[in-house]
Ligand binder design. Structure first.
Ligand code: ZN
Ligand code: ZN
Length: 135
């Protein structure tokens, strides 16, 4: 019963978020109403949910594994400064898939892991990146 409750809380939390949280991010929120939960439990549940295909883990070059409640194919943008991961329009992925299909000969392409990296809006603004670029 307790296990089900933990799993449900973790799943609900990840479905609420668009920022591709790490296990720690989820733990930080969920322990507010499940004070006895451990980081290990959160991590194991996230691993299990992604093995079952209910959520997915994001293939990023980032240091910490991030999780996504959206299991459809879509590209990500990872900020090299703060580490946040945002969704990008699926069209970008379709274009890449089409291009790949033309160039990969008789291989069978089933999907693509596409990650753009750079600076998110907030970090770019902070570093005056946009201002300098537009000058
Ligand atoms: Zn950032
Ligand atoms: Zn995503």
């Amino acid at each position: 019963m307790r296990k089900t409750q933990q799993r449900t809380a973790i799943l609900e939390e990840i479905r609420k978020r668009k920022d591709h949280p790490t296990a720690y991010d989820i733990y930080h929120t969920v322990r507010e109403f499940l004070p006895n939960i451990s980081l290990g439990t959160v991590y194991r549940n996230l691993e299990m949910l992604s093995r079952e295909g209910i959520i997915r883990s994001v293939d990023t070059g980032g240091e910490q594994k991030r999780f996504d409640a959206d299991t459809t194919d879509h590209p990500h943008f990872r900020c090299l400064s703060c580490g946040r991961v945002d969704d990008l329009p699926p069209d970008l992925m379709k274009q890449t898939l089409n291009a790949a299909g033309k160039n990969l000969g008789d291989r069978v392409v089933c999907g693509v892991n596409l990650e753009y990296v750079g600076l998110c809006r907030e970090c770019a603004a902070r570093q005056r990146f946009l201002k300098e670029r537009d000058n």
